[in-house]
Ligand binder design. Structure first.
Ligand code: ADP
Ligand code: MG
Ligand code: MG
Length: 258
């Protein structure tokens, strides 16, 4: 079993010009084990993407207090690739386009980066797994020979993020709004991919605005973030309650003035 712990995390983000910093996360606490799927909900601008970028190690996000532990080891000083090797994966809200690298090349490199240098994945195994996962996600084989995300539609990018996750098999997947911009069919397909990962060796932190996704991927735990903090934890019912009462209802309940 693997464990990801976020302890009293405070994060400041750097402006594009690197001249000023803004305080975004103000003491986030959260603990996740493999075998569990957690959802994070919360209004726009609350720091959900900041949390995911910080867990993965985007250098623009500065941890000023607190810690992130993966199996009791602090990862806040580790570069992104080392975190990936240790089993973290981020499906980004806005996946980047990488011209010049095909999807298939990227996948093999990412898989091999997590294996011993003298034991790369065999071509047969790679192609078999790719085939199986393309089927699962209703994706066309031609997608794998295209440059990574280049010219992909919003929905294709999201599917492709899930394809990467299925192929790389991380211990923890952080999924930032994988449901945004998806029609209902694409949502079903993406959910099928995440549900296929479910099991003792996988945990997920699933960020979403909408309860709808949680009908397809039923979370074990729901966290609500507001103003840079987790303000409430609960089960799947909490997401349903939020859908009905909105964040204003929760603000009143908690006596929050934000
Ligand atoms: P959410 O994902 O919950 O909508 P974000 O983490 O994207 O929230 O953003 C939280 C706040 O931090 C917002 O006010 C946003 O404008 C700001 N922010 C996030 N990332 C950056 C960045 N790279 N540069 C400047 N401001 C940022
Ligand atoms: Mg947002
Ligand atoms: Mg976001």
């Amino acid at each position: 079993m693997a464990r990801l712990e976020i302890k009293d995390l405070h994060v400041e983000v750097e402006d594009k010009d690197k001249k000023s910093r803004k305080k975004i996360l103000k003491g986030v606490n959260l603990s996740l084990k493999t075998g569990e799927i957690h959802a994070i909900m919360g209004p726009n601008g609350t720091g959900k993407s900041t949390l995911s970028e910080t867990i993965m190690g985007n250098p623009r996000y500065h941890v000023t207090q607190g810690d992130i532990l993966l199996n009791n080891e602090s990862i806040v000083e580790m570069p992104v690739d080392e975190r990936a090797r240790k089993g973290l994966f981020l499906a980004m809200q806005y996946p980047a386009e990488v011209p010049g690298v095909t999807n298939a090349e990227f996948l093999r490199a990412a898989i091999n980066a997590r294996r011993p240098k003298d034991d790369p994945i065999s071509v047969m195994t790679f192609l078999n797994e790719l085939d199986k996962n393309l089927d699962l996600l209703d994706m066309n084989e031609a997608m794998t020979e295209r440059y990574l995300n280049e010219g992909f539609s919003g929905g294709e990018k999201k599917r492709n993020e899930i394809l990467q996750m299925l192929m790389i098999k991380p211990s923890f997947g952080i999924l930032d709004e994988i449901d945004s911009g998806l029609d209902i069919d694409a949502l079903r397909v993406v959910s099928r991919g995440v549900n296929a990962m479910r099991g003792d060796n996988f945990g997920a932190l699933m960020i979403t605005h909408y309860q709808r996704l949680l009908d397809y991927i039923v979370p074990d735990v729901v966290h609500v973030m507001m103003d840079g903090r987790v303000v409430k934890d609960g089960g799947p019912d909490l997401a349903k309650k939020l859908e009905q009462e909105g964040y204003a209802g929760l603000r009143d309940e908690l006596g929050l003035d934000i």
